[in-house]
Design a binder for this molecule. Structure first.
Ligand SMILES: [Zn+2]
Length: 255
């Protein structure tokens, strides 16, 4: 594998009509994919996709938007699903106080419960945090001083990057790095060691320039790599290679 898109939602409806073609384009580019669950249903779909395609793995978890759906029975089903050998992580899990689609206390308890599940199963975590950093960091600290995982779609400044790195986490970097207004993000990523960065798309969302405004798909992760290479004075190949190694190590992928 030359590339890994560490955060794709290939079960999304946006890929209904041409999913196989999107995945073929990845195979042609020697790209591995982690397809990410966001509800019990989408986690099941992610595992099915990983079974069907080569160089594809799944994570399973309930996104904060869907926090109210994680009752005891769903947690039990999630745990069973998480033990499939193609499941390489728990996520995406976390907090979202920007859209606030679930009550915040419920988001917090569902996040903590899934962190416990990851610890119990020895799986890395795939994290979502939007305008909820204080509670997010507090819950992570409560669950342990060090974590194995990635803060997906990192959008913060350098101080926040340092805070996450100190917790042992990697940073997932995607399309927003290419958006003109995100100078603060670019300044932060410039100083994050390359061995702590994962490439991601979050497709079908967050399409990088020059395709911004259209549906995103995994192969566009190369535009994110180009931006990182430019910031750090490296070649795109260096960025592709190191971020692939990072993802393979973190999620214990066998390429
Ligand atoms: Zn996502």
């Amino acid at each position: 594998m030359k590339w890994i898109d560490s955060h794709a939602h290939l079960d999304d409806r946006a890929f209904e009509r041409d999913r196989a073609a999107v995945i073929t384009r990845c195979a042609d580019a020697a790209m591995g994919i982690l397809t990410i669950g966001s509800s019990l249903h989408s986690s099941q779909a992610a595992v099915s996709l990983a079974r069907r395609y080569h160089d594809m793995w799944a994570t399973v978890g309930v996104h904060p938007h869907n926090a109210t759906s994680l009752d005891g029975a769903a947690l039990k089903d999630l745990k069973t699903l998480a033990q499939d050998k193609l499941v390489v992580g728990i996520g995406e899990i976390g907090l979202d106080y920007y859209r606030d689609l679930s009550p915040r206390d419920r988001q917090r308890s569902v996040f903590a419960r899934q962190l416990d599940l990851a610890t119990e199963l020895g799986l890395p975590i795939c994290l979502h945090n939007r305008e909820s950093t204080d509670d997010f960091v507090a819950i992570l600290r409560d669950a342990g001083a060090q974590h194995r995982g990635v803060v997906h779609s990192f959008l913060g400044d350098e101080a926040l990057a340092v805070q996450f790195l100190e917790l042992g986490l990697h940073l997932g970097v995607g399309g927003p790095l290419t958006y003109p207004k995100n100078e603060t993000l670019r300044a932060a990523i410039k100083h994050v060691p390359l061995d702590r960065i994962l490439l991601e798309t979050d497709c079908p969302y967050l399409t990088p320039v020059p395709y911004r405004g259209r549906r995103n798909e995994p192969i566009y992760v190369s535009y994110v790599a180009e931006e990182i290479a430019q910031l750090k004075g490296l070649s795109v190949d260096d960025v592709a290679q190191q971020t692939t190694v990072n993802a393979m190590r973190l999620f214990e992928l066998d390429g």
